[in-house]
Design a protein around this ligand. Structure first.
Ligand code: G
Ligand code: G
Ligand code: MN
Ligand code: NA
Length: 254
């Protein structure tokens, strides 16, 4: 049985689950958001990471279905936390390039949003640079409509893709996420430090907020704070957690 056929069955059986990784306000140290990260609860092989199956989901087109479910699940979890008297932060959901080519993306976002309390801004999306390079007018149109719903848009893995700097000026986005490959090398290599510094000031000049990914050490956090990077995400603050564990973290009021 091919992996694609196996994934098709996994979608039908609902074997995908959302994990949530905290995002921290670097100035206050408080919880500022979370990113939903999909996992596959494989009946035999246990919990699988996205690197093991997201590429196949993308090649087979199944990523539109799974992406839609991840977004809907994120807002159902948000709603459950809210109804339990917790204060869930905004949840960021990854949107794959193929979802932009699918006619239902805007409706999917609107439906998910209406599951939660839309006025409390429960949702944001993260898009990779590769989503932004093809069919730009269509993508810009979708992003504009998404932002009208007060759903912020982040460029994910910034610096690792193919987009030109001109896109940053013209695209309707709110946040730039610095890829963890830069953060890892930043404290080892002055060239990378310079690069991160430049990316943060570029973003700020364009009135974009910056989220740094993959923060693992206090030293990295210290430098990013000095650069006035707004938010951080990484093992230093917390690993991706199952919904139930993330709910407990919210209950502890961190
Ligand atoms: O969760 P990490 O733990 O391993 O995620 C690895 C990669 O998989 C990241 O690049 C992340 O953006 C991607 N990813 C995780 N969850 C999703 C998802 O729900 N949809 C898409 N399209 N990509 C995801
Ligand atoms: O969407 P994206 O590529 O940005 O997803 C984030 C990925 O990075 C996930 O695979 C997540 O598990 C992983 N990740 C998050 N924090 C850290 C970290 O501090 N170190 C490492 N090595 N990976 C991380
Ligand atoms: Mn992401
Ligand atoms: Na990323």
């Amino acid at each position: 049985i091919s992996m694609e056929a196996e994934l098709r069955e996994a979608v039908e059986r609902g074997e995908f689950v959302n994990f949530y990784q905290p995002k921290i306000d670097l100035k206050t140290g408080k919880l500022a958001g979370a990113e939903a990260l999909v996992r596959w609860r494989h009946p035999q092989r246990g919990l699988l990471q996205p690197t093991e199956f997201v590429p196949v989901l993308e090649r087979s087109g199944l990523v539109t279905q799974v992406g839609r479910n991840v977004m809907q699940q994120a807002m159902e979890d948000w709603r459950a936390w809210h109804d339990a008297g917790l204060k869930p932060p905004q949840i960021a959901v990854n949107v794959a390039p193929a979802q932009f080519r699918c006619d239902s993306l805007f409706d999917d976002i609107e439906r998910a949003l209406n599951t939660a309390e839309a006025h409390l801004k429960p949702l944001s999306i993260e898009v990779t640079e590769s989503s932004l390079v093809s069919d730009q007018r269509r993508v810009v149109d979708i992003l504009n409509r998404v932002r009208e719903l007060e759903v912020p848009v982040a460029i994910d893995d910034f610096g690792t893709g193919y987009s030109s700097l001109a896109y940053l000026v013209t695209l309707p986005v709110d946040v730039l996420k610095i890829d963890r490959s830069f953060v890892v090398k930043m404290t080892q290599d002055a060239n990378y430090m310079g690069m991160v510094q430049t990316i943060v000031s570029l973003a700020h000049n364009l009135e974009l907020k910056v989220v740094a990914e993959g923060i693992e050490t206090e030293e990295e956090a210290k430098f990013l704070k000095l650069l006035r990077c707004e938010q951080g995400q990484g093992y230093l603050y917390g690993r991706p957690l199952p919904a139930e564990e993330f709910g407990k973290l919210l209950g502890r009021g961190t």
